[in-house]
Design a protein around this ligand. Structure first.
Ligand code: HEM
Length: 441
């Protein structure tokens, strides 16, 4: 087996300004020059390995997942703002809660949420001002947040509280990014009270959610929404989740479920705006569908091409563009030995554009996901991750995105004066702004 090359620290230092702004071109260069897996020497015996090798990624996430935990950034650092739950925990704590929450996301349960989802989407889409170009990204952010909010709480009355909650989530994420990108200033963030101010905001978010949950319990009404499902979930000994745990899991569903979806939707709409032929095919599919009929599963079943467009958008712009894991024990991958504590950074953006696996990798070609083509990409396409920690909300997100795209294309011809979106890779891969024009059909 070939020895894995190491990128010298000096190369990282030389490129640090560009890396801080957007690390993706630096990684593309490295993959092209050094191959699918390389180490970066960051000093003090650091063991960072970057890979776009699909076999190694599957091995880490699936085959030997027990030997790999999420990093401190994804657990402790994030948990201090959003709580310790599904997204931010490891080991038995994670396993127990995954088993408990999983049933709420089964397709049968989701079917019952599609009406709520549809209403929330229509309400947000009504905000679109036709015939003038406007940035769709904030609107998709509101839409995705409200869809999670309504699926959880199915109540219009909570809208103002949700707005406050969203603002807190956004501000706290900005703080976390600062901590992540400027680790040598962490002492200052502590000393200046910035971190504490944000922790206070998190307490405020907890209070908002606690109030909503208490109201539900007091009302003793059954709603059949996600909150009801979480309230009735039980540990193996038959006990329910403690209140703080419930709040943390709700907060996590908001965090994990809204930004990723907003990013994917914005990229998908932009790609359709720039590819009128593909947009036409989405229109043909959506044209005859009556969303007021309420038979959502049947409707979604007819949106095969729309689904392919979204899949292709997430291939080109995977919202979770990097996934990390840290090894608990020494391991051998692809014939190379790695010490325990090795940090693996799996680059999905590069895997999804790897010329060995994708024809015309930089081109938007939804046809490649045509199920009749019989080409199976499941070995090199992981927008929702893989293995036991695969996204719990993948079906939820797909239904939401298919519905949104179909409703929009049915109503408007979408265009954009922008040639390509500027990427803003933070915790997720965001677009810098997506100016779109919606002309009523
Ligand atoms: C386009 C939209 C979405 C994308 C691309 C996405 C992507 C992902 C990925 C890649 C992971 C795995 C991360 C890892 O293993 O390190 C993940 C986990 C997770 N996602 Fe999503 N997600 C999306 C939407 C949602 C939605 C709508 C929800 C909930 C309403 C959600 C809830 C979660 C949770 C709770 C986890 C942690 C699961 C666990 O570790 O057991 N996601 N997501």
């Amino acid at each position: 087996m070939k020895k894995i090359p190491t990128i010298p620290r000096i190369r990282v230092l030389k490129n640090r300004k560009n890396i801080l702004k957007n690390p993706l071109p630096f990684h593309r260069e490295n993959f092209e020059k050094y191959g699918d897996t390389f180490r970066i020497d960051l000093g003090k015996g650091s063991k960072w390995v970057f890979t776009r090798n699909p076999e190694s990624i599957k091995y880490i996430l699936q085959k030997n997942h027990k030997n790999y935990h999420k990093s401190k950034l994804q657990t402790e650092d994030l948990a201090k703002y959003i709580g310790k739950g599904l997204l931010t925990s490891n080991g038995d704590f994670w396993r127990v809660h995954r088993r408990m929450i999983q049933p709420a996301f089964h397709k049968k349960k989701l079917e019952g949420l599609l009406g709520i989802m549809h209403q929330a989407i229509e309400k947000e889409l009504a905000e679109i001002k036709p015939n003038a170009e406007c940035d769709i990204f904030p609107l998709m952010g509101d839409l995705a947040f409200q869809v999670v909010a309504q699926s959880l709480f199915s109540s219009e009355a909570i809208r103002p509280k949700m707005r406050a909650l969203k603002e807190i989530t956004v501000r706290n994420q900005k703080m976390l990014i600062k901590e992540m990108r400027l680790p040598y200033f962490k002492w200052w963030f502590q000393l200046s009270g910035a971190i504490n101010r944000h922790l206070e905001e998190s307490k405020e978010a907890t209070k908002i959610l606690d109030g909503i949950i208490q109201e539900r319990i007091d009302s003793s009404k059954e709603k059949d929404d996600l909150l009801d499902m979480l309230l009735s979930a039980r540990y193996e000994d038959g006990t329910p989740m403690p209140r703080q745990q419930l709040i943390d899991e709700v907060m996590i569903l908001f965090t994990a479920g809204h930004e990723t979806t907003a990013n994917a939707l914005s990229f998908a709409l932009f790609l359709l705006a720039k590819n009128p032929e593909n947009q036409k095919r989405v229109l043909q599919e959506a044209m005859g569908l009556d969303f007021e009929s309420g038979d959502y599963m049947q409707l979604l079943g007819q949106l095969q091409y729309t689904k392919q467009c979204i899949e292709e958008a997430m291939r080109l712009y995977p919202p979770a563009y990097f996934m990390d894991r840290v090894s608990l024990e020494d391991d051998t991958i692809d014939g190379n030995d790695f010490k325990k504590g090795t940090v693996w950074l799996m680059n999905l953006y590069e895997l999804h554009r790897h010329p060995a696996f994708w024809k015309q990798p930089e081109t938007f070609r939804p046809e490649r996901f045509d199920p009749l083509d019989k080409k199976d990409y499941s070995d090199c396409y992981f927008p929702f991750g893989a293995g036991p920690r695969m996204c719990i909300g993948n079906n939820f997100a797909m239904y939401e995105m298919m519905m949104t795209v179909a409703l929009l294309v049915k109503k408007y011809r979408i265009s954009s004066s922008l040639n390509s979106v500027i990427l803003n890779p933070l915790i997720t891969l965001k677009p810098e702004g997506v100016p779109l024009k919606f002309v009523p059909r």
